[in-house]
Design a protein around this ligand. Structure first.
Ligand SMILES: Nc1ncnc2c1ncn2[C@@H]1O[C@H](COP(=O)(O)OP(=O)(O)OP(=O)(O)O)[C@@H](O)[C@H]1O
Ligand SMILES: [Mg+2]
Length: 419
């Protein structure tokens, strides 16, 4: 019976699928790539087979001609959902692309369970869209339609930070007031809850959820900020137009630093802009490297190098970010944790303020918090952790399964709702 239910965490960067097995939640190994795979689809120009997850990313980075789509969750609830994008020689709606990804996940489920899965709890951020309830509701409805078209019959939603709390609660021995901090690729989601082993099996936990809050800041923002702070200057960002005290225009650098805007740089009209920058620049060498990156379509490789640098800085105090083509080193910069801190401190302050406001609206003070439980890939950033530790110094700070807690919690929730 329980084989027919699943939890799905469709993340901005990574997705996971959980099933309930022998009385506990378990994550599927998706396509032999692990339990959290990139939320990415690659449509090659030649042939009909799309690739998903790690395979999608590797086909693209190996230079197979085609279109890579990532961060599709960010499109839900926006006007882009009504638009079509070029895939092979057709125009395809973003909803159909997300549906292809859900069909991929459902096919994985069907292959690994004995019965078709028809009932699913889907995770959702606290806000798909900030400060717009109507569009936020539309985003959830769009996702429900997509899941239904992909073969799921009974679809329910759970907030991602509540799901993570349900998973953490399954390990608790006594009642605790907990702040859940879930910082992923696209959003930061928080919840403040009273968790206890006695209440764990109850389906309705409204009384124990003291507040939830969310904001559109995540790891892809940290990538952009680190890139603009530490990498783009080596391509001429912020440098002067010759004979003036004016800086070169920044728009191409912003696009190059922003994952989903990189394809815009490969449009024909950009070539003339770069050419003009090359003529105007006081120092031509950095802008020449920018031109090479655009001409050779190395934007995603650069964004990936910056992301890997950022991840390294969670372990080490300094690292190098490099990009080379067949002939030369185009970028070689040393970055430190201090650079990372300077780059992201405004955003981290917004995250701190979001939690402070949530606590105060729930009539709590930071001193009431017994435990801060972290999940999501970006929760590992040391500067961010230090800010939360300073804010709630008396609390325990517990690292959950960064890429699994939300989906395990969604699966626990699915078992309770559909059993
Ligand atoms: N060790 C690390 N240090 C810092 N950032 C990391 C680390 N590992 C992964 N990340 C970042 O975490 C992000 C992905 O996290 P995660 O998979 O939790 O997001 P998601 O669930 O897909 O997104 P969301 O929940 O916002 O929709 C990426 O931006 C990635 O660069
Ligand atoms: Mg997530």
């Amino acid at each position: 019976m329980l084989n027919r239910i699943a939890g799905i965490d469709f993340g901005t960067s990574n997705s996971s699928v959980g099933i309930f097995c022998n009385g506990k939640p378990d994550l599927l190994d998706i396509n032999g790539e692990g339990t959290a795979v990139p939320s990415a689809i690659f449509y090659p120009d030649e042939g009909v087979e799309a690739a998903f997850g790690k395979r999608a990313v590797s086909q693209y980075t190996q230079g197979v001609e085609g279109r890579l789509l990532r961060s599709l969750k960010s499109v839900l609830g926006t006007s882009l959902m009504l638009e079509k994008t070029q895939v092979r020689n057709r125009r395809v709606a973003f909803s159909d692309i997300i549906e292809d990804y859900f069909i991929f996940l459902n096919t994985q489920l069907a292959q690994q369970t004995n019965q078709p899965v028809d009932s699913v709890v889907l995770g959702r951020p606290v806000h798909f869209v900030d400060n717009d309830q109507k569009r936020d509701a539309q985003a959830q409805e769009q996702l429900a339609v997509i899941a239904r078209n992909a073969g799921f019959e009974h679809i329910e939603f759970q907030l991602e930070p509540i799901a993570a709390a349900l998973h953490y609660e399954s390990t608790l021995a006594k009642e605790e007031l907990v702040v859940i901090v879930d910082i992923g690729g696209g959003t930061a989601d928080f919840s403040v809850l009273r968790l206890s082993p006695e209440q764990h099996a109850k389906a309705d936990r409204k009384d124990d959820i003291l507040t939830t809050m969310g904001i559109h800041i995540g790891g892809t923002d940290f990538d952009r900020l680190l890139s603009l702070h530490s990498v783009m200057p080596s391509l001429g960002y912020g440098s002067l137009v010759q004979g003036t005290t004016r800086a070169l225009p920044g728009s191409l650098y912003f696009d190059l630093a922003t994952w989903h805007k990189i394809p815009l740089l490969y449009q024909r009209q950009v070539q003339a802009k770069v050419q003009q920058m090359l003529l105007d620049a006081q120092q031509r060498r950095p802008v020449q490297a920018l031109k090479t990156i655009i001409d050779e379509r190395l934007g995603h490789s650069l964004a990936r190098a910056v992301e890997l640098g950022k991840i390294k800085l969670s372990e080490h105090t300094e690292t190098d970010i490099q990009l080379l083509n067949d002939e030369q080193m185009l970028i070689d910069v040393a970055v430190t944790r201090t650079d990372m801190q300077l780059a992201i401190e405004n955003d981290v302050e917004k995250l701190r303020a979001c939690v402070a406001q949530g606590l105060s609206e729930a009539l709590l003070s930071p001193a009431d918090v017994v435990n801060v439980f972290y999940t999501g890939g970006s929760s590992g950033v040391p500067y961010l952790r230090s800010v939360f530790e300073q804010m709630m110094p008396q609390a325990r700070h517990t690292q959950g399964d960064a890429f699994g807690s939300v989906c395990l919690g969604l699966t626990i929730d699915a078992a309770r709702r559909f059993a």
